[in-house]
Each structure stands twice: as structure tokens, then as C-alpha cells.
Design a protein around this ligand. Structure first.
Ligand code: HH2
Length: 277
């Protein structure tokens, strides 16, 4: 992903989602202390994750913002611990201040769900030569699922992401280090998520690697009925396989073992990547 930071050309990358928050939606926000967060991140690496995405502010629908000091307190020791163990780390933050501290601590990628909502973000990323994930969201986490509306969701998301990619480059971010994300579940009703997954090729055609994060999200229960997040891994795989078939280069998952199997089998079929076993 993101050019020389990680290579998306050989195989689909698996990003492990490590939420260092007390309130994540996926049922895995249990890594609220430093030791267990680092342990889980290292386990993700052992399981084959290409990078670990460390987040200290929940973006689940309805989530309240977290102050920078608190976010820093949660994530920086975890980033340090994982980098020291050799991990490629991305920092899931919307705050330039948190991104800058995480990059100083050794993170290689900034995963910004507000796509440069903080005007200082692009410069921070450019100065560090880091990778940057730009995600589409309608509204803010607190309100985004209230009544999301689009005329043509795929075209609108593509236009937005192309504009944000241009803004990042204008601020000095290397285009080879950009990655785009349709933002599954970020201000989208079920039909919008499905249209984006169906139309992922239109985003891939913008010319940047595309990351898809469908892991355990609510839209899966919208299709299947009220199954809890921890039981949505097979459903997650179905969505990720089709995203990979549409050209997605990175999947963001909570269950790395399942994510890796998903990516490897999809790659063997779609990209004709040789089998390893
Ligand atoms: N989804 C979540 C958070 N960060 N980043 C990217 N690039 N793409 C995504 O789809 C994405 C993301 C939401 O999931 P999670 O981190 O597990 O939950 P929470 O925000 O409640 O911690």
C-alpha cells in the first residue's frame, strides 16, 4: 500500500484493525490497556497481517469525539511497542497532532477517515513521507447513519476521493503513497454499501490502490438479520472476496486468520497468485 511503504502489486494486503478504545462497535474494543493491545497486535503479525492499524478513537455510528491528549495516551505506546517488534503500523486518526506523534513513533501510514478534515494533516503526512489512506464519509461519526442520501453513491464517492487525492498531492503527498477507501458504513445505508462494493471498479479506475473495510459491519446484519459482530466473519469474507475481484488491494479486518485466508484464495483466483502450500 501507499507505494514504497507497502507493495500492493504482489498480493492483497491484510490490515489488522487494532482498536485501543473502550467503545468500538466490533466487540473487540478490549485492548484498552497497553500490554493487551501490543500482544494482540503482535498476534496479528504472527497471523500474517501485512500491517496493523492502531486506532484510539471509535468511529462507530454515534461515537463521541475523543480529545487529542486522550487519543495520544492510548495509541502512542502501542505504536512504539509494535514498531519495536518490527510491525508496519498505520495510525487510524483524524487529528494531525496524533498523526504527527504516531509517525515520530515509527508509524508508516496515516489512515484518515475524514480524508484531510484536519487542514494540517496533509503537510504532516508529506513531511514524513508516509502513506495516506483517504476515506469517504458523509457527515460525522456522531450523525452519519441518521439519514444518508446520495443521487449516485458510486459517482459521488469517486468524485470526492479524486478531489481529496488531488488536495493531498497539492500539499506535497507523494501520489504513490495514497490509498482510497469508499468508507463502508460511514454515512451509508445498506443499498449504498452494496452499490459501492458492486461498483468498486470505478474507484480502482481512479488509479490508486483501494482499501475496503467491511469487517463485521452493521450492513452485514442488514442482509442476514441480527447476528452479533463477532459472528460476522464469514459474511465479511463474502464482501471482501467480491471487493478483491473488483480490484481492491487492501482489506481491513478484525479476524486476521480469516482475512488472510480470504485474501489468499481470492488472489489465487483473481490475480492468479501462485499457491504457497
Ligand atoms: N472502519 C472503521 C475504522 N477505520 N479505516 C478505514 N480505512 N476503512 C474502514 O472501513 C474503517 C476504518 C470502523 O471499524 P472499527 O475500527 O473496527 O470500529 P471502531 O471505529 O468502532 O473502533
Amino acid at each position: 500500500m501507499c507505494g514504497r511503504v507497502l507493495d500492493t502489486t504482489a498480493h492483497t494486503l491484510v490490515m489488522g484493525a487494532l482498536n485501543v478504545t473502550p467503545d468500538s462497535f466490533s466487540g473487540d474494543g478490549r485492548y484498552a490497556d497497553l500490554g493487551s493491545a501490543v500482544t494482540r497486535g503482535l498476534e496479528m503479525l504472527d497471523e500474517g497481517a501485512d500491517l496493523v492499524d492502531v486506532g484510539g478513537e471509535s468511529t462507530r455510528p454515534g461515537a463521541e469525539p475523543v480529545a487529542a491528549e486522550e487519543e495520544l495516551r492510548r495509541v502512542i505506546p502501542v505504536v512504539r511497542g509494535l514498531v519495536a517488534a518490527g510491525a508496519v503500523v498505520s495510525i487510524d486518526t483524524a487529528k494531525a497532532e496524533v498523526a504527527a506523534a504516531a509517525l515520530r513513533a515509527g508509524a508508516a501510514v496515516v489512515n484518515d477517515v475524514t480524508a484531510l478534515g484536519d487542514p494540517a494533516m496533509a503537510k504532516v503526512v508529506a513531511a514524513a513521507g508516509a502513506g495516506l489512506v483517504l476515506l469517504h464519509m458523509q457527515g460525522t461519526p456522531r450523525t452519519m447513519q441518521e439519514d444518508p442520501r446520495y443521487e449516485d453513491v458510486v459517482a459521488e464517492v469517486a468524485r470526492f476521493l479524486a478531489g481529496r487525492a488531488a488536495a493531498a498531492q497539492a500539499a506535497g503527498v507523494d501520489p504513490a503513497r495514497l490509498c482510497l477507501d469508499p468508507g463502508i458504513g460511514f454515512g451509508k445505508a445498506l443499498e449504498h454499501n452494496l452499490a459501492l462494493l458492486r461498483g468498486i471498479r470505478d474507484l480502482v479506475d481512479l488509479g490508486y490502490p483501494v482499501l475496503v473495510g467491511a469487517s463485521r459491519k452493521r450492513f452485514l446484519a442488514g442482509i442476514l438479520g441480527p447476528i452479533p459482530p463477532g459472528e460476522r466473519d464469514a459474511a465479511t469474507s463474502a464482501a471482501h472476496v467480491l471487493a478483491i475481484a473488483g480490484g481492491a488491494a487492501v482489506i481491513r479486518v478484525h479476524n486476521v486468520v480469516v482475512g488472510l485466508q480470504t485474501a489468499r484464495v481470492a488472489d489465487a483466483i483473481v490475480r492468479a497468485v501462485p499457491a504457497r502450500g
